[in-house]
Design a protein around this ligand. Structure first.
Ligand code: GCO
Length: 456
């Protein structure tokens, strides 16, 4: 269908998202403490090609140019995370003024340029000092995180009104404390369930603190969500898909909405009760102003006798002969439509913002340009699905592209390029890709016929 930005209405928020560890670099300067990602990449050497985020996009030194790019691209909302160990090097206690100053400079520049700053409090970079005390598996994290939240609210809350508490709790607890493929590299069901419960407590507690301390705030938190289909209509595959859906898509959202953990559809979650204290069930709930939805793909799930606990496995895109990104994720735009419909079906969800959507493709610079037509199509087709859902009455009020710059893609290192802007990691040169120009023109409501030839 033909559509323009106008079809979404004046109030709809268009934006772009980044995360501190993925772009900032300067991991050990100006008083910053180590985070679990500094340890995971430098000491444990667990990243593809032994890479790390020590320099990354050098955004700590180049933030002025980067935010100016957001301005030139006409993007009115910028979501970024703050590094906990840059602000509180030990995770708790003394504040590092240089860290506060850095984020104040970022916030002030955004406001000067008419860009609305959205802060994510936690995008996976726990201070290493706290990991030494058990990190997310230690219930004390609720106090540590509350203090950190209050500290950020006090320093930035006069100017920042949009707050996001956690980025994808399922991913950082699942990959970091169950599978061991993300920092801090811990494994096992007990680690996972403890970390998960404490993260779920923090997401609600963080919401309460921001609402109390920041006048006129809009507070939300984000969830990864992939539409899930069973591999076949076999009863076993259908059951397997339901369990994976409960784990990946419902485990953090439903307790926040006051519904408790989805134990009915995934019995193993009953074991989380071991970590619950009296009063926790109520503490898990909070009425967020908005829910952040982060969608990239869909998953196909098959029964698997040999997979412990869930007895299910994901059938990757390359085994299914479908269009895929360099992450080996299927390109499947209806997933975001289904996700929006699903979130909207919970009456307690007031408003939904797509806080991340994007794709990594093999981007090449040819004659100084990156003609990433696949990414343009990906964004176009996903935005179209958002509009479809919106037209059917879904309470979706914003869309943020993941991400501004090519950056450090966690365990995969620098290989997958997700940016609207290409980064040469040797020279730090930025080149706006054709998709960046396309997004700019879409936001400006210009005709999009020969988008590829527009210059910044
Ligand atoms: C996530 C994170 C981002 C990723 C992006 C691409 O969802 O994993 O929020 O930090 O870089 O999703 O994988």
């Amino acid at each position: 269908m033909q559509f323009t930005k106008e079809d979404f209405g004046q109030e709809f928020k268009w934006g772009v998202s980044t995360a501190a560890y993925q772009i900032e670099g300067s991991h050990d300067v100006d008083g910053k403490g180590f985070s679990i990602w500094d340890t995971f990449s430098n000491k444990l050497k667990r990243i593809a090609g032994n890479q790390n985020g020590n320099i990354s996009c050098d955004h700590y030194n180049r933030y002025t140019g980067d935010i100016t790019l957001i301005y030139k691209l006409s993007i009115p909302n910028y979501r970024f995370s703050v590094s906990w160990s840059r602000i509180l090097p030990q995770g708790t206690g003394a504040v590092n003024q240089s860290g506060i100053d850095f984020y104040n400079r970022k916030i002030d520049l955004c406001l000067e340029l008419g860009i609305e700053p959205w802060i994510t409090l936690y995008h996976w970079d726990l201070p290493e000092a706290l990991q030494q005390k058990g990190g997310w598996t230690n219930r004390e994290v609720v106090t540590w995180f509350s203090n950190f939240t209050a500290c950020c609210a006090e320093h930035f809350g006069d100017r920042v009104k949009h707050w996001i508490i956690l980025n994808e709790p399922m991913v950082f607890t699942g990959a970091g404390y169950f599978l061991g493929v993300h920092a801090p590299g811990k494994k096992g069901l007990s680690n996972f369930l403890a970390a998960a419960h404490h993260a779920a407590l923090c997401q609600a507690e963080g919401g309460r603190i921001v609402r109390e301390l920041v006048y006129d705030s809009k507070v939300g938190t984000t969830f990864s969500y992939s539409h899930i289909d069973p591999f076949s209509q076999d009863e076993k595959d259908i059951r397997a898909a339901k369990k994976v859906d409960a784990l990946l898509n419902r485990m953090f959202l439903e307790p926040l909405l006051g519904m408790g953990y989805p134990i009915g559809d995934l019995k193993i979650l009953k074991r989380i009760e071991k970590f619950m204290l009296p009063g926790d069930a109520e503490m898990l709930a909070f009425d967020m102003d908005f829910i952040g939805l982060q969608n990239y793909t869909r998953e196909i799930v098959k029964h698997s006798f040999f997979t412990p606990f869930v007895k299910a496995r994901i059938v990757k895109a390359d085994q299914r002969d479908v269009e895929r990104t360099v992450m080996n994720w299927e390109v499947y735009p209806p997933s975001i439509y289904n996700a929006l419909k699903r979130f909207n079906s919970y009456p307690a969800v007031k408003e939904i913002i797509v806080t991340e959507n994007g794709a990594a493709f093999q981007d090449l610079i040819v004659a100084g340009e990156v003609r990433d037509t696949q990414r343009i199509k990906f964004l176009h087709d996903h935005i179209e699905q958002v509009l479809l859902a919106k037209k059917e009455g879904v309470r979706v009020m914003g869309y943020f592209v993941w991400t501004l710059l090519d950056n450090f893609e966690w365990a995969e290192g620098f290989y997958p390029r997700f940016g609207l802007v290409h980064v040469d990691f040797e020279t730090q040169k930025r080149v706006v890709k054709a998709s960046g120009i396309w997004y700019r023109d879409f936001i400006r409501c210009k005709g999009r016929e020969d988008i590829i030839d527009h210059k910044l």
